[in-house]
Unconditional design. Structure first.
Length: 183
């Protein structure tokens, strides 16, 4: 199939997207699958800090996040899912920029997420974001395999990016984003 340039629709998720979000996440190992109810809550309660990406009406990307109540200057990214047809095109970075450029995130100066040691895709994404924002990336243990997961899940490292200039810098980076070619 020939590649072509398209504009993806990026928008806040809605309750009607919840089932498709569950299906997309299930197709994106090593992401933990959540209950469909949890994904519905992500699409409604956290819609201001989450994003859904559509290609011709089909969900091809989703990021869930929230402002940490204990650290309101910090956007915590819960999950990043990009469908196979849209991988390797910079969609995840574009979706992160889309969230950060929203008025709701005006006070955000740090981004955090948790990543297991073996999730190479997430490490590459967030290391790349730190480079693009020309800021620091630090890591600490968030949840330990033995202490928190009883040996049933790999250790989750807390990845912290920032500080970065708020909306001005994000909008400059957003303007430099190129259209994405999707097959």
């Amino acid at each position: 199939m020939k590649n072509f340039q398209i504009e993806l629709e990026l928008r806040a998720p809605r309750a009607s997207d919840g089932y498709a979000v569950s299906e997309l996440i299930a197709q994106c190992p090593p992401l933990d699958t959540n209950s469909k109810y949890c994904n519905l809550l992500q699409c409604t309660h956290f819609s201001s800090t989450s994003v859904a990406a559509f290609k011709r009406g089909e969900l091809v990307g989703f990021i869930s996040g929230y402002l940490n109540p204990e650290k309101p200057e910090c956007l915590f990214i819960w999950q990043v899912a990009v469908g196979e047809q849209a991988r390797g095109l910079g969609l995840a970075t574009r979706m992160l920029k889309h969230i950060l450029a929203r008025p709701y995130c005006r006070g955000v100066s740090y981004m955090e997420t948790s990543i297991t040691k073996t999730n190479e895709g997430s490490w590459a994404l967030f290391e790349g974001v730190a480079r693009k924002f020309n800021t620091e990336l630090s890591t600490t243990i968030m949840f330990d395999k033995e202490l928190h997961f009883q040996g049933q899940h790999d250790t989750e490292s807390l990845v912290r990016i920032g500080p970065f200039a708020q909306i001005k810098q994000i909008n400059q980076i957003k303007k430099s984003a190129r259209p994405i070619a999707v097959a």
